[in-house]
Design a protein around this ligand. Structure first.
Ligand code: PRP
Ligand code: ZN
Ligand code: MG
Length: 213
């Protein structure tokens, strides 16, 4: 079998559809099944792995996947920005602090001594420190938005895109911590063969981006 480039994308979440659309718009065909975790293109030397977004930077750094599409939020949280090849301009979102909509909130100082649930402890800690706020960070891996209603925390810090998850959980956005978009990342020691495939892919990605403008 000839050389293939392994691309990791988010299995299900905000980035999944946008990532698949980019690949399709690049003229790369593949059979997409929601049950399979791996698929091969029928007309380009690309294999697609469907993973949890949080796992993508680590897999690319270790070479389990050669390249990946992931949010800068995950990359920066995990300290792996150096893997970035380029920003992709889609799946824009922000990491924000939110509190129950009934809570009186005047400034970030109101979070002093409070419990904050998040999946982004590093980004949050850096922000709180910069703002001179001391709070207790509770790291949880998902369903962060329900933390206040079950008494786990007074506030949360999570990704906001449309804002509908916050609204359905009775929360209001009070501070923006970090702005993010999708980025293409690559392993730092790709073979020459793989690098050539990546260059071909990037050529197509740039054409798609020009056409979208
Ligand atoms: C984020 C966040 C919410 C959702 C918010 O999840 O955790 O679940 O997006 O979007 P909305 O404002 O449009 O409602 P994400 O897809 O980043 O990944 P995750 O499943 O790893 O949390
Ligand atoms: Zn995730
Ligand atoms: Mg989520």
């Amino acid at each position: 079998m000839s050389c293939m480039l392994r691309l990791a994308i988010q299995k299900s979440g905000r980035l999944s559809e946008d990532s698949l659309n980019l690949i399709r718009e690049c003229g790369i065909s593949f059979v997409n099944s929601s049950l399979k975790l791996k698929t091969e293109s029928t007309n380009f030397p690309l294999e697609i792995l469907y993973l949890r977004d949080d796992d993508i930077p680590g897999y690319v750094a270790d070479g389990v996947a050669d390249i990946g599409i992931v949010g800068e939020n995950v990359l920066v949280e995990e300290g792996k920005q150096s893997l970035t090849v380029e920003k992709l301009g889609f799946s824009r979102c922000r990491l924000s602090l939110a509190v129950p909509k009934t809570m009186e909130y005047d400034s970030i100082q109101d979070l002093n001594g409070k419990n904050i649930a998040t999946s982004y402890p590093n980004l949050l800690q850096a922000y709180l420190q910069e703002q001179g706020v001391q709070a207790n960070i509770h790291t949880i891996s998902g369903s962060v938005e329900i933390a206040p209603s079950i008494g786990l925390a007074e506030a949360i810090c999570d990704i906001v895109s449309s804002g509908s998850t916050l609204i359905s959980n009775g929360l209001k956005e009070v501070e923006r911590v970090f702005k993010s978009e999708a980025a293409l990342i690559a392993n730092e020691d790709l073979s020459e063969e793989k690098r050539e495939i990546l260059d071909k892919l990037l050529f197509r990605v740039h054409a798609v981006q020009r056409a979208r403008k």
